[in-house]
Design a protein. Structure first.
Length: 345
């Protein structure tokens, strides 16, 4: 069987010209400003090797966490890195901490490889508010049958529904690679440039404004979907969200899509109205900034605020919801909430 030469050349050219992921360091030289501020965001810190987490040295190691029935968990620092020690009356189990998920704005959860097929999400999560260890979300309700189960929750290495590869995919940049023993190797830990701009090899070789992706070219609903890849998109075809389930509030695109501000503003309200993509956005210094963003639309001509609306707009119209102790999320369904009701306006 012979292929025409022209076809072979075309295929070869196409393979050559498919853009590859090159990593954020390749963008630094030409875009130093975006690089510097983006590196300080929670996005950039969403995933680290555990011992490389910037907060690793500040964690309250040595503090003991109890788990029923009769387990004691402590974390400690060894030459090789961080390690957890779990003991009960008769047994001891030691596990290295491989990966740290979460920049630490609210919490850090640890994940380790067990064997080629399984990873474990550790029982102990560090919570920023109390600076203390607590149960990882969802694990408190589980009853461990043995010491291995007490260490944490097992996840398949890969599984389209609930594999640990899903955690890595949302907390890193580019497609995942797998080592010889099926160990997950993120291209680049954390949510960095190419998570939002796409693979950058063509652009870094010969930069033009059009050979790199830019979410700003999408419309409001598409940006909602785009950020929703990781923050969860509004449900397609109908409303399947349980508005009484407090954990769902963390799916900001779903909630924003319900707000009258979003639905009735002809595509002028989207994630980037309030969040700057390259800057740490959750900072008390910017509260005034949110007020000015609300007022940009709610001036005299469009539903001016009521007489009660004197202080921070978000305190009343975007209430914070706490689905469990030490974690809270902002309700992006902007609206008028009755006193005490925070889940839906
Ligand atoms: C060799 C220098 C260089 C490198 C390396 C580089 N860029 Fe650029 N980038 C440019 C230039 C030049 C422009 C066009 C600026 C203009 O015309 O306004 C640009 C524009 C952009 C734009 C705006 C596109 C638009 O819609 O207008 C984005 C986004 C971007 N770069 C992202 C990246 C990312 C991500 C990386 C790393 C993967 C990167 N750049 C690496 C030089 C570079
Ligand atoms: C590849 C997945 C991914 C994409 C795409 C993504 N995010 Fe995130 N985002 C995350 C993760 C993971 C965190 C949690 C970081 C942490 O605290 O560890 C986060 C945190 C945030 C935060 C809170 C922390 C901060 O920096 O203030 C905001 C705001 C945010 N994202 C907005 C956006 C917006 C807006 C977009 C779309 C332009 C977007 N994200 C796209 C994964 C993503
Ligand atoms: C669909 C994408 C996605 C998957 C899958 C995912 N995360 Fe996240 N994760 C996020 C986003 C987005 C945030 C930011 C949450 C926010 O602040 O709204 C986040 C935040 C976190 C945080 C910071 C604390 C918090 O709750 O805000 C930790 C820790 C974390 N994730 C661990 C994990 C672990 C462990 C897994 C797998 C068991 C996982 N994540 C799976 C997207 C994801
Ligand atoms: C969370 C998604 C996200 C990440 C991560 C991200 N960007 Fe962007 N970037 C955007 C969005 C959205 C815009 C469009 C901003 C606008 O027009 O309002 C943008 C715009 C740009 C531009 C055009 C000029 C400007 O500042 O608006 C450049 C250059 C750029 N990004 C480079 C980078 C580099 C370099 C990194 C990594 C250090 C990076 N971006 C990481 C979402 C992201
Ligand atoms: C892009 C423009 C825009 C921005 C920005 C905006 N809104 Fe709105 N908002 C609207 C529109 C349009 C409506 C619907 C007006 C109507 O029904 O006549 C609305 C409705 C409302 C309502 C009434 C809700 C209801 O269900 O009837 C409240 C409260 C509100 N906005 C508060 C806010 C607050 C607080 C902010 C800032 C966090 C904000 N808005 C930002 C455009 C905007
Ligand atoms: C009208 C303004 C506004 C818009 C639009 C908006 N946000 Fe937010 N967002 C906020 C405010 C206010 C906070 C809380 C800030 C704080 O606590 O300092 C927040 C917080 C967050 C957080 C941190 C976790 C949490 O829930 O508190 C994430 C993640 C986030 N937003 C993602 C998004 C995404 C994704 C979009 C687009 C679907 C979006 N936001 C659109 C105002 C907005
Ligand atoms: C102390 C809580 C509180 C704060 C802070 C607050 N609001 Fe309100 N807002 C309310 C209540 C309650 C209503 C509905 C009661 C009414 O109509 O008098 C309302 C109504 C509104 C409406 C709808 C008005 C209408 O015609 O029905 C808009 C728009 C609005 N607020 C915007 C804002 C903006 C913008 C800010 C920040 C500058 C803000 N609010 C701050 C409590 C608050």
């Amino acid at each position: 069987m012979r292929f025409p030469l022209a076809l072979c050349v075309a295929v070869a050219l196409q393979a050559q010209s498919l853009p590859r992921y090159v990593g954020s360091l390749a963008c630094q030289g030409c875009h130093p400003r975006q690089f510097a501020t983006q590196s300080a965001t929670a996005h950039a810190g969403a995933l680290f090797r555990a011992k490389e987490h910037p907060l690793a040295a500040a964690l309250p190691l040595g503090q003991t966490l109890l788990r029923k029935p009769g387990y004691q968990l402590t974390l400690s620092k060894r030459e090789t890195g961080l390690e957890s020690t779990l003991r009960n009356a008769t047994q001891v189990m030691e596990l290295p901490l491989d990966w740290a998920f979460g920049a630490g704005r609210q919490a850090i959860t640890f994940v380790s490889r067990v064997n080629p097929d399984w990873y474990v999400e550790h029982y102990a999560t560090w919570y920023a508010a109390p600076n203390a260890w607590g149960a990882t979300p969802g694990q408190d309700a589980l009853q461990p049958g043995d010491i291995a189960q007490a260490a944490g929750l097992l996840y398949k290495t890969t599984n389209p529904e609930n594999g640990i590869d899903g955690c890595f995919a949302c907390h890193s940049t580019g497609p995942l690679a797998f080592g010889p023993a099926n160990e997950i190797q993120p291209r680049e830990p954390g949510v960095r440039c190419e998570a939002c701009h796409g693979p950058g090899s063509q652009h870094t070789n010969r930069p033009t404004p059009t050979n790199i992706g830019n979410p700003a070219r999408r419309n409001a609903a598409q940006i909602n979907e785009f950020c929703g890849q990781c923050h969860r998109p509004p449900a397609a075809g109908g409303n399947v969200t349980d508005w009484n389930y407090a954990w769902n509030v963390r799916h900001q695109p779903v909630y924003l899509s319900q707000a009258a501000c979003f639905r009735k503003s002809d595509g002028k309200l989207y994630c980037l109205t309030c969040h700057r993509p390259h800057e740490p956005s959750l900072d008390s210094k910017v509260v005034v900034d949110y007020n000015s963003r609300c007022r940009a639309c709610h001036a005299a001509s469009l539903r001016p605020p009521a007489a009660t609306c004197q202080t921070n707009c978000i305190d009343c119209h975007m209430p914070r919801v706490s689905p469990q102790a030490n974690l809270s999320f902002t309700n992006h369904w902007i609206g008028i909430y009755r006193a005490g009701a925070k889940l839906r306006p």
